[in-house]
Design a binder for this molecule. Structure first.
Ligand code: ZN
Length: 307
């Protein structure tokens, strides 16, 4: 009997849905399924059933909401830790998948996975240092610095940085359960929903979007001066509002106030950009994690010699 060609599984494990995909050896998506995020047991079982339908599964990559333990030597590697999401604190997302499917499972944050997807196949291709910010229900950022995803002590938690909050202009106290008016507390989709009393996509007051652009521009400037990225990719649902990214670019220039980085108005169009992969950055990146877990990605030293 001929062995099935290897396929690679990816999961973008979000707080409202899990997007599962399998891809061929070239990284092209062959099948996807969206599973609503309910309890950990039901959600993980749903993902397991999806992958069991595919022969030749070689590995799975998971880009998950967090915080998550990413230290490979840790006894709680791949556990979501202190999340405020009910039922999910201290959930092990790696072992149940590995036990049920019998393949290596590699995990990273949802935003690092999205950054990886854009790096290999999207708006980050060819760059050594760039950042990917997502602005959805929450805010997070993944970063590639000198050709490596940044992990560090825990992993970047960029949504929780502090930015100036002018209470005269914006009296909203902020929505972050930990910090109130951190960046996520002021500028996430959840913050917009609570401040304006409706979901971000139904907010049409131009001054609301000017305020949102101000907050995201402050975030981009902080990221620029901290990491010196060559590009900042801004994804997630909130930036789909058509006026937002142009307004962010204009405010970044204003806040930079003539300082050479991140560049002039002409450079700004290529500096703050949307994701080339649209809503697929995360799941494409999760598949890339799986390819990396088996050494099938050519960028890993030596792996291409073994093929
Ligand atoms: Zn916070």
């Amino acid at each position: 009997m001929k062995e099935a060609a290897p396929v690679y599984g990816g999961i973008e494990a979000g707080g409202t849905k899990w997007v599962c995909a399998v891809a061929d050896a070239g990284g092209r998506l062959r099948d996807t399924e969206v599973i609503p995020t309910t309890t950990p047991e039901t959600t993980i079982a749903g993902a397991t059933r999806f992958f069991q339908r595919h022969e030749g599964l070689a590995a799975i990559g998971v880009g998950t909401f967090g915080p998550v333990d990413l230290r490979p030597a840790s006894s709680t590697y791949g556990h979501i830790t202190a999340t405020p999401k009910p039922g999910w604190a201290y959930t092990d997302v790696v072992s149940p998948l590995r036990a049920a499917l019998g393949v290596p499972v590699r995990v990273d944050t949802d935003v690092n996975a999205a950054a990886l997807g854009e790096w290999r196949r999207g708006a980050g291709e060819g760059l050594a240092t760039f950042a990917y910010i997502t602005v959805g229900t929450g805010i997070g950022a993944g970063a590639v610095v000198n050709g490596r995803l940044v992990h560090g002590l825990l992993h970047p938690e960029f949504g929780h940085i502090r930015i100036p909050h002018d209470l005269g202009r914006d009296p909203f106290a902020g929505s972050c359960p930990f910090h109130g008016d951190c960046l996520e507390g002021l500028a996430s989709g959840e913050a917009m929903r609570r401040r304006w009393g409706r979901p971000a996509e139904h907010v049409d007051d131009p001054s609301a979007w000017e305020l949102e652009a101000e907050y995201l521009a402050l975030a981009v400037v902080n990221l620029t001066y901290t990491l010196s990225p060559e590009r900042v990719i801004v994804g997630g649902g909130v930036p789909k509002h058509p006026s937002l990214l142009p307004a962010v670019r204009a405010r970044v220039l204003g806040l930079a106030a003539g300082y050479p980085a991140p560049g002039d108005a002409a450079a700004m169009g290529g500096y703050v950009v949307g994701p080339s992969l649209g809503d697929r950055s995360g799941v494409v990146g999760a598949v890339e994690l799986a390819r990396d877990a088996t050494g099938s990605h050519g960028h890993d030293a030596g792996s291409s010699l073994l093929e």
